[in-house]
Write a protein that binds this ligand. Structure first.
Ligand SMILES: NC(=O)c1ccc[n+]([C@@H]2O[C@H](COP(=O)([O-])OP(=O)(O)OC[C@H]3O[C@@H](n4cnc5c(N)ncnc54)[C@H](O)[C@@H]3O)[C@@H](O)[C@H]2O)c1
Ligand SMILES: N/C(=C\C=C\C=O)C(=O)O
Length: 487
């Protein structure tokens, strides 16, 4: 690390070494609006160096046994765990999320990602079929693909980056990762642990910088045959275009406009607090957050009353405040974008029942320039409104009534996205029926965000292409070959 005054200055990590860059980007502390770190503004040159390092490391790393690679992943998990508090503090400062969330979700899950893939890589089997009448036996073998390009967003920085790095290297690939330029600090901190964990130089390379410069250089590089991307749908479109001439393998995990469907027989004691959390956790900046709440008419008033009461208790505070439920949004531009949706809803005649423009936000003087807003609840809004169709990715949720099961399924499915839905009912038959009919890659019933890492994670329609998880990530990060033996 190089330091200038009080600013934290990050460096790229290529071939096992920290390397300075010719130019840097300012990075802001979302809780104050002040610049606090500088991130390398890498481009083609840095990607070229990373490709060279990843290429050189590939033969040795891919030749190791899964057990040997698993040991390295376990050591890295242990080292991350030993630095949990330091990483949580850094993630909270860099992203604006509460220290509590970083401590209990982001960093523990990053540790778990390495442990999980270290274990799951040991349990894959290949396929074999017999064709006795032809005297043949067929079987499959899998091999790592080569250099994997990994691009991640700013909302769950280390959590989502390690969700890609871990399966990629467990399968024997070498990687070039590009975290979001808005939240690069914890990725850089992790680089400091790689050598001690036994990750050979060049196996994990991290190039920092913006999407248009370093992201596109990575996506366009002919020696990077696969790209795993998590981010927005417009960026995925661009990545698809750039990858097309090279026929690259793509995994795209994109946005959502996730419905919660609450039937009259739902247990409101559990449903209300969970739906507040599913709407506003991480400032609503989780692709799985609920942003359309459909409530059956007979319980609409009761639900709304309880939901508003619980939302008002969802405390917005500075990220380091352990009693805060919500911190600051990621950037000034994003805060303005989120606010613009509320303005549009108001102009359309919708009602803003609490939050932005209704209640007063109280912040310490030092944080007046931070990117804070209150959790906001909108009602009396039409399904055609942009607030009900587009991903806002902030602490804003719409609550609307419905009459019948058939009607609500149709309305829930009426958006271009299909990532995550929740269904609340005590009728088991209904829960199964509705879950099956929803166009959504994930459906949580009577709960939210309980993750089983073994099973496929990903979205339908404009929410993505491909799935991540034990078997899915293994298949994505390996190339399969079918061999026929005539005997
Ligand atoms: N489905 C999921 O698992 C999931 C998870 C988290 C976030 N998301 C989505 O991510 C979005 C928010 O994240 P964001 O604003 O960082 O998304 P984004 O698409 O703006 O950026 C994501 C990453 O792509 C990079 N990038 C931007 N332009 C690029 C380009 N032209 N070429 C290559 N890389 C480029 C960025 O620098 C960043 O690292 C939301 O839409 C959210 O729903 C989806
Ligand atoms: N990929 C996962 C979560 C994505 C959240 C998006 O914001 C995961 O839990 O594995």
């Amino acid at each position: 690390m190089a330091g200038t005054k009080t600013l934290l200055v990050l460096e790229n990590f290529i071939g096992g070494r920290f390397l300075p860059c010719n130019s840097y980007i300012d990075s802001y502390d979302p809780s104050t609006g002040e610049v606090y770190s500088r991130v390398p503004d890498s481009g083609k040159e840095e990607v070229e160096a990373a490709v060279e390092a990843a290429r050189a490391a590939f033969p040795g790393w891919s030749a190791r046994s899964p057990q040997e690679r698993a040991q390295v992943l376990h050591r890295l998990a242990d080292l991350l765990e030993q630095s949990l508090e330091e990483l949580a503090q850094a993630e909270s400062k860099d992203q604006g999320k509460t220290i509590t969330l970083a401590r209990t979700v982001d960093i523990p899950r990053s540790v778990q990602n390495f442990r999980f893939f270290a274990s799951s890589i040991l349990h894959h089997t290949s396929e074999c079929t017999q064709m006795d009448h032809m005297g043949c036996l067929h079987y499959t073998v899998r091999a790592p693909v080569g250099i994997a390009g990994l691009i991640s967003p700013w909302n769950l920085p280390l959590y989502l980056l390690t969700w890609k790095i871990a399966p990629a290297i467990a399968a024997g690939n070498t990687v070039i990762a590009k975290p979001s330029e808005l939240t690069s600090v914890t990725a850089w901190m992790m680089c400091k642990l790689l050598e001690k964990a036994g990750v050979p130089p060049g196996v994990v390379n991290i190039v920092f910088g913006t999407g248009p410069r370093v992201g596109e250089a990575l996506v366009s590089h002919p020696e990077v045959p696969l790209i795993s991307f998590t981010g927005s749908q417009p960026t995925a479109e661009r990545i698809t275009q750039l990858s097309a001439p090279h026929c690259k393998r793509l995994s795209l995990e994109l946005g959502g406009k996730n419905p919660a469907i609450i039937f009259e027989d739902a247990n409101l004691e559990e449903c209300v607090p969970t739906t507040v959390r599913s709407s506003f956790a991480n400032q609503g900046e989780i692709c799985l957050c609920t942003s359309r709440i459909f409530v059956q008419k007979s319980i609409y008033s009761e639900f709304l009353k309880r939901f508003l009461e619980a939302t008002r208790l969802w405390k917005v505070g500075i990220p380091s405040d352990p009693s805060a439920s919500m911190g600051a949004l990621i950037s000034k531009a994003h805060l303005e974008k989120v606010r613009s949706y509320i303005k549009k809803a108001r102009a359309e005649g919708a009602q803003i029942l609490c939050g932005e423009g209704v209640d007063k936000l109280s912040l310490p003087p030092r944080n007046q320039g931070g990117y804070f807003m209150l959790p906001t609840v909108i009602t009396d809004i039409k399904d055609e409104s942009c607030c009900m169709k587009e991903e806002i990715f902030g602490p804003v949720t719409c609550v609307v009534p419905f009459d019948s099961e058939e009607e609500v399924i149709k309305r829930a499915n009426s958006v271009k996205y299909g990532l995550a839905a929740t269904v609340w009912s005590s009728n088991v038959g209904r829960v199964h029926r509705v879950a099956k009919k929803l166009q959504s890659g994930l459906v949580w019933t009577n709960c939210w965000l309980i993750r089983e890492l073994n099973l496929p994670f990903g979205g339908m329609k404009s929410s993505g292409v491909g799935r991540e998880g034990a078997k899915d990530s293994y298949e994505f990060f390996t190339e399969v070959k079918t061999i026929t033996i005539k005997h």
